[in-house]
Design a protein around this ligand. Structure first.
Ligand SMILES: [Fe+2]
Ligand SMILES: [Fe+2]
Length: 583
């Protein structure tokens, strides 16, 4: 063995290189641990709490924080607008074992990132334990860039979903850093075995889900769209009340989770229900940045029977009128609507859209049934959304990813977050989706919203042992972009500089469409619709109007499919557009 003795110069160089190597290793370890910490879930003191705290109902100046302690604890939250600098704190609350603690935080600034953390202790202890820092946003200002996430049909309760797979997706959602997360239903599974299930079991189903929602909900508020398997249907509400799955399900959901109630910030269901339910928090809407978000309940007002007829599925007059008003009153650049599935019954998105309350036609697809079946209602749900420039209807229920479009409105079906076979929905329901943009797999939807463009990404999830050269966790499987509506309402301050008649929207249309025009100075206006032969069939406007931007609706329910023309005449200006009615 040859032994080399180093001279002083060599020794110094060796020491310097060793020191440098140690520094590099130290930095590398620090970076790795930091990355690991960022990517890993928030740790939770499982001796003290059922799950991480869950945020809900964020507004421009408040937010709700809920946590379920396992024992008697004194709890408060400290918060502020700078990371790890907490300038405010909530009052100390003393908890009871397994009873949710709900804390409302008020007087916040709008469009502001807040940092917060829990502090808690046994009443006999001196020192408060400090939880990990979490964060949230108050209502975004118009013009903001932000992300929201969507997932649904986790089905952990009936074992279609797998807990470890669900955790992969929830970690992926956390990595997207969404302002809030929308759970699309079939979550709690209350409608299993309805005559035999007990209220205690229903409570347990809701309690059991807290740890999964808590993985995301500590920093991204929880919103929820009721699924058919929540069991909160109108039919069940009427069966031997209050001892039925719908009453118990609503009570359990409200006991553990908060959803919006109408007030200054949210609109929604303001009808209080009996049996201790109060406001059911089942449909609601709010604006965030440049977008309107509307959550529908397609089940609670269907009371006919356990297996309703096709016209029995309904939003109900009250929810419908609120929905119409909400869409019409909003000038948001983006309008997104969420419902567990189209009209509450059937498989598919676009496949179902044409019929019954959603599209107006009878089962044969040619007879118009809406006017007689829904007297006094303005338009079927689909047409209402099209007329009001809704860009996407997000739905779950069919457990695959599919993007379809009708009349310019996208129907976006969302797959499961928890399917470790990656093909439950694909095998069962892909036939109900006719388009080419449909995918098997597991994951979530990321909706990135900005003032000039919004983007929808389908993000994959793979269990670590299923990840390989083609199956990447957190890969973007499919994307598309959505342009903002550039609609300016009649009450807007902007005055047009010239005459203008825009192409009707939507086009083709069925049975109604909007026609927008602008006049730069006061004058007599005539807006006339002609058929293909040039016969005048409808006068939409015929009066003197002041300068401004106007919009008229053309309802062609009584006319056959074909080409129509609309002419605007005002002063010296005259222009005609071509419209296609496709029934
Ligand atoms: Fe489902
Ligand atoms: Fe479902």
């Amino acid at each position: 063995m040859k032994i080399c003795r180093l001279n002083k110069k060599q020794t110094n160089r060796f020491l310097m290189e060793t020191k440098r190597a140690y520094i590099i290793i130290f930095i590398a370890i620090s970076i790795i641990s930091l990355v690991t910490k960022c990517a890993s879930a928030l740790t939770i003191d499982t001796n003290s709490f059922v799950s991480n705290q869950i945020l809900s109902c964020p507004t421009d100046n408040s937010i709700t924080i809920r946590i379920v302690p396992k024992k008697v604890l004194q709890i408060y939250y400290e918060y502020g607008t700078t990371s790890y600098t907490y300038t405010n704190q909530t009052s100390i609350v003393t908890s009871s074992p397994n009873v949710p603690v709900k804390v409302d935080v008020f007087n916040l600034l709008p469009n502001t990132r807040y940092y917060y953390r829990i502090r808690y202790k046994d009443p006999i202890e001196q020192q408060f334990t400090i939880g990990e820092q979490c964060k949230f946003m108050t209502q975004r200002a118009k013009g903001s860039n932000y992300v929201v996430t969507l997932h649904g049909d986790s089905h952990l309760y009936d074992k279609k979903g797998v807990a470890s797979m669900m955790r992969v997706t929830m970690n992926n959602i956390t990595s997207d850093n969404p302002d809030f997360d929308m759970e699309m239903g079939d979550t709690f599974g209350d409608d299993r075995n309805p005559p035999a299930i007990t209220q205690e079991q229903m409570m347990a189903l809701h309690l059991n889900y807290l740890p999964y929602i808590g993985m995301v909900g500590h920093s991204s508020p929880f919103f929820f769209t009721l699924g058919n398997h929540e069991g909160e249907s109108g039919y069940w509400l009427l069966q031997t009340p209050p001892n039925n799955i719908a009453v118990w399900g609503t009570l359990a959901r409200k006991y553990y989770y908060s959803l919006p109630e109408p007030g200054g910030f949210y609109s929604g269901n303001n009808t209080s229900e009996v049996y201790g339910i109060g406001l059911p928090q089942n449909y609601y809407a709010w604006e965030w940045g440049d977008a309107l978000f509307v959550v529908l309940d397609v089940y609670r007002y269907c009371t006919a029977s356990e297996t309703p007829g096709l016209w029995d599925w309904t939003l109900g007059a009250q929810q419908y009128n609120w929905f119409k008003q909400t869409l019409e009153n909003s000038n948001a650049k983006y309008k997104f609507v969420f419902g567990h599935h189209v009209r509450g019954y059937g498989r598919g998105g676009d496949t179902l859209v044409k019929y019954f309350e959603w599209g107006g036609y009878e089962n044969n697809g040619t007879a118009w049934g809406f006017t007689a079946r829904r007297p006094g209602w303005a338009a079927p749900v689909h047409q209402l959304m099209v007329q009001n420039h809704v860009q996407v209807f997000f739905q779950g229920h069919d457990h695959l990813f599919a993007t379809e479009q009708r009349d310019g409105l996208i129907y976006q079906e969302i797959g499961m977050p928890s399917d470790s076979t990656y093909e439950i929905g694909w095998l069962a329901n892909s036939d109900a989706y006719k388009g080419v943009n449909k995918f098997s797999g597991t994951g979530h939807i990321r909706l990135s919203i900005g003032p000039d463009l919004a983007r929808v990404d389908y993000i994959s999830a793979y269990e670590p042992y299923d990840t390989n050269s083609t199956h990447h966790n957190r890969a973007v499987i499919y994307s598309y972009t959505i342009s903002p509506n550039t609609f300016v309402n009649e009450e807007g301050n902007e005055l047009p500089e010239s005459y203008r008649l825009e192409q009707n929207y939507p086009n083709p249309f069925n049975p109604s469409t909007k026609i927008r025009y602008e006049i730069p100075s006061a004058g007599y206006v005539k807006l006339t619709v002609y058929d293909a032969l040039g016969h005048e069939i409808k006068i939409l406007e015929d009066e003197k109007k002041s300068a401004g931007i106007y919009e008229e609706m053309f309802d062609a329910s009584e006319y056959p499919s074909g080409i129509y023309f609309c002419r605007l005449h005002s002063g010296e200006f005259s222009k005609t557009i071509r419209m296609i009615l496709l029934k």
